[in-house]
Design a protein around this ligand. Structure first.
Ligand code: B12
Ligand code: SF4
Length: 506
């Protein structure tokens, strides 16, 4: 049978990468290889631009699929509803949706008339069983992890137990993507998943929901056999020799020290490419950072999220002190690894003073790159429930459709204007605090910090937002010129950058 995946992938980082044309999605890759392994045919409609109805319908008709399979995050549900509608117009093809949103909000996903089934959780084995049954013309209403609409009633099959032996799955299939066009190819980035799952319970993230879902399923956090990860990288490298560094997409790549000690020396010996990854502060000690450096780590992304310890612990359920964060970043600098941070503003109960603390903590740790986003209450996360209980979800509805631009919550502790200001001016103040902390002598440093605090907190946020288009080029002239050039000649900028920094990724 032929399965056509539809992957919405529209708006990510377009500001920084105007020629963004999608990214390789591991989930689709794994599903595709499992289906092909079972003898099915697979194709992909990678939706990287606003879809045009007639064009989409024409492409889909040409594919003649036996099943149309959508993969989506929560903020893409609106678009998927539209595409599912077009899919039915194109020929009434059966449809299934999977991914984070259908997993955590299956009823909501199935409320759309054009979506016939959802897959809950990991989908490799479920989708293969479903397609096998459809192909053989058998009844497919009993497939584990799949919910099926049957004459207006939803058949809710329970979730399958987790696959504890990830090596049984074929390596993800990159060939259904137009790989040369992807951000991966443009950046020289080879992405891999060394395992699945995360042990933490951050209230804004999907992992605590997945853990509940898989409570009776054995280990939720699983790492692959190092041998299998190395074999996958070698195979990908053979197919795409221009890829220059490996990016481990795992939520917490550095979690299991024993696994790292087995994997990394072999990686160095057999692959020897620079690599990037994500880590939680709590697992970073000197031994780990040293090992990472010795084996080629050049970049690690770390969640700070809030500079206020109370918000971090009580609201976000992230248990780490500012001191631990500072120590981890100090280790990064000591061993010459670029440590970047993830941060949010507009978190429930946050005040403008707290967003300032986040900026100041980032300045203190000299984060290499600072990612900031506006908090989004993803459905059914515990922080979403808290927002609901406190009536914070009444600012334009609870449907999350953006991940950078605006806040969909109304918080009594901080105004929307202040959230916008904290988001837009994050890097401006980061730079200025950096000057105060590290470029001025003692007494002046304290004075400048006090002045900056006053400027940050003064109730002039609306005015600041108005003058932002002038402030940005003044504070970041190089970045401003780079963004302009990127719009005109993205390839040239990347090539120049590669020559200057000897690294294509940033
Ligand atoms: C890598 C990653 C990225 C990468 C690549 C994304 C991509 N397209 O693959 C990048 C950096 C681009 C990215 C960006 C963003 N991400 Co992101 N990302 C992740 C991360 C860490 C891993 C994703 C992954 O590869 N998982 C492993 C694969 C194997 O799992 P999977 O994709 O879920 O697929 C499996 C199942 O879901 C299922 N399945 C999936 N699709 C389908 C379809 C069918 C038909 C079936 C049957 C089954 C099925 O089967 C698959 C195989 O088991 C997840 C966290 C996580 N733990 O998943 C967050 C996560 C998906 N990201 C998230 C978010 C919010 C974002 C951003 C909006 C930015 C931000 N503020 O964080 C952007 C938006 C991107 C966009 N295109 O619009 C959220 C989504 C929350 C939600 N409720 O929707 C997550 C869950 C993290 C979190 N905070 O909870 N992300
Ligand atoms: S550490 Fe990261 S991936 Fe793990 S639960 Fe927290 S936010 Fe999610």
């Amino acid at each position: 049978m032929k399965i056509t995946f539809v992957l919405p992938d529209l708006n990510y980082v377009r500001e920084y990468m105007p020629d963004y044309d999608g990214v390789f999605a591991q989930g689709i890759g794994y599903l595709s290889s499992s289906l092909k392994h079972a003898g099915h045919e697979v194709s992909l409609i990678h939706v990287t631009k606003d879809p045009e109805r007639d064009n989409y319908i024409e492409i889909l008709k040409g594919e003649k699929p036996g099943l149309v399979a959508f993969s989506l995050f929560s903020h893409q549900f609106g678009l998927v509803k539209e595409l599912a509608g077009f899919t039915k117009e194109a020929g009434g093809f059966p449809t299934i949706a999977g991914g984070v949103h259908p997993t955590i909000a299956p009823e909501n996903t199935l409320s759309d008339d054009s979506i016939d089934m959802v897959c809950i959780g990991e989908g490799e084995e479920a989708l293969v069983e479903l397609c096998d049954k459809m192909d053989r013309g058998e009844d497919y209403k009993d497939v584990g992890s799949v919910w099926v609409k049957d004459n207006g009633i939803i058949v809710r099959n329970s979730v399958r137990t987790l696959n504890q032996n990830l090596e049984n799955r074929p390596f993800p299939d990159r060939s259904i993507f137009d790989f040369e066009k992807l951000a991966d190819a443009k950046l020289g980035m080879l992405t891999v998943l060394a395992g699945r799952g995360c042990p933490y319970n951050c209230t804004y993230c999907c992992n605590h929901q997945y853990k509940k879902l898989y409570a009776d399923s054995g280990k939720y956090v699983r790492f692959r056999d190092p041998e299998s990860v190395i074999r996958e990288i070698k195979e990908v490298k053979k197919d795409y020799p221009y890829l220059e560094f490996v990016n481990f997409l795992d939520d917490t790549f550095c979690l299991n020290k024993n696994w790292l000690r087995k994997f990394l020396p072999r990686y160095k010996e057999e692959i020897n490419m620079p690599f990037h990854g994500n880590s939680h502060v709590n697992v970073l000690n000197e031994d780990v950072v040293k090992l990472l450096k010795e084996t080629g780590c050049e970049h690690l992304s770390i969640g700070i999220e809030s500079g206020n310890e109370h918000i971090r612990k009580e609201v976000l359920d992230r248990h780490m002190s500012n001191e631990q964060i500072i120590n981890a970043f100090t280790l990064g600098r000591k061993y010459g690894i670029n440590f970047s941070s993830y941060n949010m503003v507009g978190v429930p109960f946050e005040k403008i003073e707290n967003t300032m603390e986040t900026v100041k903590l980032n300045a203190t740790v000299k984060s290499y790159k600072t990612h900031v986003s506006i908090f989004q209450p993803y459905p059914h996360t515990s922080l979403y429930d808290i927002c609901k209980e406190n009536n914070f979800l009444n600012n334009g509805g609870s449907e999350v459709s953006t991940f950078f631009g605006k806040s969909v919550v109304a918080l009594p502790s901080i105004s929307n204007e202040q959230i916008q200001f904290s988001y837009k001016y994050f890097n401006v103040f980061l730079k200025l605090y950096g000057v105060a902390y590290f470029m001025l002598p003692g007494a002046f440093s304290g004075i400048m910090e006090k002045v900056l605090d006053k400027l940050y907190l003064m109730p002039l946020h609306r005015f600041y937002l108005k003058i932002y288009p002038v402030v940005f080029p003044l504070v970041f002239p190089t970045a401003f010129i780079k963004r302009m050039l990127l719009r005109i000649a993205p390839r040239l900028v990347r090539r120049l950058k590669k020559i200057i920094t000897k690294r294509s990724y940033s």
